[in-house]
Design a protein around this ligand. Structure first.
Ligand code: DAK
Length: 260
């Protein structure tokens, strides 16, 4: 499959997705979102891929938000459609069986910050900048930012960031729990790949079931969430990899995963 706005690379079980509109600092428009939806489906079905890393092409930006020039022309029905489509694509990412790492290499503003939040794990370069500047444009976050940001960093901090449209640097994003780690810019991708490789060493279905239990469980009351965990635990016990993982421990050898 060929893409106009994405670069997809694959190496050692890792898929790399570069959002590739560097002239507009990788701002998201309908074309980018459509290609992302296609690529997510393809990569989720690809048995060679175990982890997806998303980053921005070029030196400066992860994603500088939704495309403001394009949104400026949009009427109310268009805005609703765009919002629903963006949410659909970001939910697709969350629902991918495979873990998704955001390697935030620069601006992650508006829809860019929301894209990073829809990923499972966020790593940032020291030069990354995060924010939800929408209220300064007369709109509100529309790709899940009003919901995922408070879940990640707490209601008070999310409200302050959203109401003030303040941007925060990577160290502050780390301090408040928006990102897991911060690295020098030239080490970001290497570190993202290292993390991906650690995940790849684990049983693939167990990782997928964990992702489902955490992602879906976080949206439910505790009783419902615990029932989801029990279901996923049961699923993991029905895999050949459960016998392989425990057998390998008992036999003092490394497991050889079957992904079954
Ligand atoms: N959209 C379109 N073009 C953008 C852009 C954006 N978000 N951000 C940057 N660009 C373009 C600039 O216009 C410029 O283009 P040229 O003039 O060269 O043609 C080029 O990228 C380089 O940008 P700058 O010259 O401004 O570069 P600087 O380094 O000086 O500044 C900056 C970088 C990131 C601080 C600045 O570009 C900036 O403030 N950009 C806007 C950031 C922003 O406000 N992002 C949030 C967008 S709002 C919705 C669902 C979701 C959303 C909306 C609606 N539905 C409900 C429908 C999401 C909204 C957003 O994300």
């Amino acid at each position: 499959m060929t893409y106009q706005n994405l670069i997809i690379e694959k190496e050692d079980g890792i898929a790399l997705m570069y959002i590739n509109r560097p002239k507009a600092l990788n701002a998201l428009n309908a074309d980018v979102l459509k290609e992302m939806a296609q690529a997510i489906d393809v990569l989720d079905d690809d048995n060679e891929v175990r982890v997806l890393i998303i980053t921005g092409a070029g030196e400066k930006s992860f994603v500088a938000g939704a495309d403001i020039v394009w949104m400026y022309e949009m009427d109310q029905p268009g805005c609703r459609k765009f919002s629903a489509y963006g949410e659909y694509v970001f939910r697709k990412l969350e629902r991918m069986e495979k873990p998704v790492i955001a390697a935030v290499n620069g601006f992650a503003l508006g829809g860019g910050c929301e894209l990073a939040m829809a990923c499972d794990i966020r790593l940032a370069s020291e030069v990354a900048l995060f924010g939800q500047p929408e209220v300064g444009l007369g709109i509100i976050p529309g790709f899940g930012g009003t919901q995922r940001l408070p879940r990640l960093i707490g209601e008070g901090r999310a409200k302050e960031l959203t109401y003030t449209a303040n941007n925060i640097k990577a160290d502050e994003a780390y301090r408040i729990g928006l990102v897991n780690h911060v690295y020098p810019a030239d080490q970001l991708m290497e570190e993202a790949k290292k993390l991906a490789k650690k995940i790849i060493k684990q049983a693939p279905l167990a990782v997928a079931y964990s992702k489902h239990a955490i992602t879906v469980g976080m949206q439910c009351d505790l009783d419902t969430a615990m029932a989801i965990e029990s279901d996923m635990f049961g699923n993991s016990c029905a895999t050949e990899d459960k016998s392989e993982g425990m057998g390998a421990f008992i036999e003092k050898r490394k497991p050889s995963w079957k992904n079954k």
